[in-house]
Design a protein around this ligand. Structure first.
Ligand SMILES: [Zn+2]
Length: 215
């Protein structure tokens, strides 16, 4: 199902987004904002940063994912710099070295350019990432958290986006469908097709496995 541009822009204020989640059989289907923000959150789980796992997901006008990234040290530098935040010497803090999720998503892109793309970023991008996003042609930023709104980096970032005409909006989720669970325990491992089984089968499999462990 294609999504009209106007529907995507108005998601905060009307109920159209929730209707988008209904598949042809009337069942909930993971789509749109929730899908892309969930990808950003999942990608963030790859970050080694002990205090902040941030992920980002870039989506083109055809609603295809064209880049993902998470906060990490530059390639080849992974174990050479500290994740320390409060060292007396600023050169021993992580901030000088870490590549943010949005920046990594841009440099990891699998298309020639990011013109008119949107980015789902778990937190509002900083000013350095904002510059990169603007220069890349990104036109919309969807964020989940604005926890650093008091910082100059975020204030400058908002000024930059506004000046460049980049839309920014807070992610909203459907309270009726607030959970996306991926549980490998739900896979029917005894079946060659390995399809997810229903919950009670999953529980019985766990019990069976526990029994075998105790044997
Ligand atoms: Zn940044």
């Amino acid at each position: 199902m294609s999504t009209s541009k106007s529907t995507r822009m108005d998601v905060n204020n009307d109920e159209s987004i929730w209707n988008e989640h209904l598949g042809i059989n009337g069942k909930y289907v993971l789509k749109g904002d929730e899908y892309f923000m969930a990808i950003a959150l999942l990608v963030g789980k790859r970050s080694e940063d002990p205090s902040s796992q941030v992920g980002a997901c870039i989506v083109n006008e055809d609603q295809n994912i064209v880049g993902v990234g998470y906060n990490g040290m530059p390639n080849g530098c992974e174990n050479k710099f500290s994740w320390e935040k409060y060292a007396d010497n600023p050169l021993e803090r992580k901030y000088m070295y870490v590549c943010h999720a949005a920046m990594n998503a841009v440099v990891n892109k699998n298309v020639i350019n990011l013109k008119n793309c949107k980015i789902y970023n778990v937190i509002f991008p900083c000013n350095e990432c904002a510059k990169i996003l603007i220069q890349s042609g990104i036109k919309e930023v969807v964020f989940l958290s604005d926890k650093r709104c008091y910082k100059n980096e975020t204030i400058a970032s908002k000024k930059l986006f506004e000046a460049a005409g980049v839309i920014t909006r807070e992610f909203k989720y459907d309270p009726e469908n607030s959970k996306i669970v991926i549980d490998f325990c739900e896979i029917d491992w005894d079946n060659k097709k390995k399809r997810p089984s229903v919950q009670n089968e999953c529980e019985s499999t766990s019990k069976k496995m526990a029994k075998n462990d105790n044997a």
